[in-house]
Design a protein around this ligand. Sequence first.
Ligand code: AP5
Length: 217
Amino acid sequence: MNIILLAPPAAGKGTQSSKIVSFYHLKHISTGDLLRNCLKKNDDLATSLREVMNAGKLVSDEIILKLIENELVDSDYEGVVLDGFPRNLTQAKKYEELLNKLNQTLDLVLYLDTEKEVLEKRIVGRRTCSSCGKIYNVMIEEEKPKVEELCDNCNISLTHREDDNSETFTKRFETYMKETEPLIQFYENKGILKRIDASLSTEEVFNLIRKEMDLLK
Ligand code: AP5
């Protein structure tokens, strides 16, 4: 089962991916997470990636495709949830080629559809646990940690992403509209895109996703 979560910044791709992978036992590939791991090295690559990511632009296709290829080829998995990839037509076409090589198919593209105003609120309040990766939101009651700014699982301080501010959000959203939004039509034409109302609560969104995924079984 190969699934793409297609959505604007902060629509809930990471949040829903974690629910999907634990329910359906799939592999989660987040290009954002892979890139943030590269940033930790603090080398020349990290410096140039940080600049691009903090400007709200897309990292080069060459780097992204290398990351994806490594993940798809080197792992033992039954299916994949792609979070944050593909983000433009070049990446989408290249992914098709990769799947063909691996004798696999893309089964479903879930488009998490939400208003820009909702996204802005979600982005500013987002916090993440650097140890277990759990995602919280300090501005949304149901998404808050039990103890302020501490991870419920690891009891360590939550972190705030460098690119989670209103200014970078505006640029990330513009990049999304220009580069990624055309993929909605691309996958609609292939008959595999399903719209999910992502303005609902995380549980309600997951229930809608489950309905679509269970139809694939
Ligand atoms: P990436 O990390 O992919 O960022 P993004 O696409 O902007 O998505 P986010 O991670 O911000 O949001 P999300 O949709 O996962 O939302 P989340 O679940 O966290 O990419 C970062 C950068 O890396 C890019 O800008 C680019 O530079 C580069 N990059 C990455 N992939 C690339 C690619 N393929 N090509 C080129 N460059 C690439 O939720 C957000 C918040 O909302 C959380 O606080 C959460 O608690 C809350 N929330 C979520 N759902 C709900 C809900 N239903 N109700 C209430 N609150 C909710």
